[in-house]
Ligand binder design. Structure first.
Ligand code: HEM
Length: 181
């Protein structure tokens, strides 16, 4: 399997980045959902949010790499059985996923740094606070983060279902291409 995308298939880097990000998004959503329900005395009360934030920062770095790689490596051409509407829906859908991802990560960063403290990433390095002191920053960013996270996982779920429809009903190579086939 080649590293780079070709006009017919996704390369190894795009495939690995796609599935790594998908795993991280669903994992962070589950972790976030679970951690907000933890009681004050739960042993995970402190470490679960630390883990959530650390993975979120690493995901942001991975997404920057992904966008850079995407700019250097155009995606494969649309399959010939995809009509203009399918092509448009897929372009718009992927755009929404990219924007949704950055929206969730940026709002998460703004919640965590609202009090002026940076984010410790696995105790290895710290990402400093930049934008602080906005009135009710934590609450506003928190609400945006929650709504966008729900929107993103629901949309990603629909995107996954669309891929399965292409595979099992249309029997085309849309899904196989995302495994580099
Ligand atoms: C949070 C989860 C997910 C996110 C954020 C996500 C995001 C994306 C994005 C942004 C693209 C466009 C790639 C590009 O060309 O730059 C893409 C393509 C694709 N994704 Fe996902 N995805 C997710 C989950 C899934 C799942 C669960 C499946 C399958 C069950 C899937 C199947 C595909 C396929 C087949 C393509 C290629 C579509 C094409 O060639 O036009 N994705 N995904």
């Amino acid at each position: 399997m080649q590293w780079r995308n070709t006009s017919a298939r996704y390369g190894l880097v795009s495939v690995v980045l796609h599935w790594l990000v998908a795993l991280a998004v669903f994992g962070l959503f589950a972790l976030g959902f679970w951690m907000v329900g933890l009681s004050y005395y739960d042993p995970w009360r402190q470490s679960a949010p630390d883990l959530h934030k650390s993975i979120g920062i690493l995901l942001f770095a991975v997404m920057l790499l992904r966008v850079l790689w995407r700019l250097l490596n155009p995606a494969p051409a649309a399959l010939s059985n995809h009509g203009p509407l399918t092509r448009l829906a897929s372009k718009l859908g992927h755009g929404v996923l990219y924007f949704g991802l950055f929206g969730v990560m940026i709002s998460g960063y703004l919640i965590s740094t609202a009090d002026g403290r940076g984010i410790e990433v696995f105790g290895l390095f710290s990402v400093p606070a930049t934008l602080t002191g906005i009135a009710q920053q934590e609450d506003i960013a928190g609400a945006i983060h929650e709504y966008l996270a729900w929107g993103l996982v629901i949309f990603a779920g629909l995107h996954g279902l669309a891929a399965l429809k292409h595979h099992f009903i249309d029997r085309d190579s849309t899904l196989l291409r995302m495994f580099g086939r």
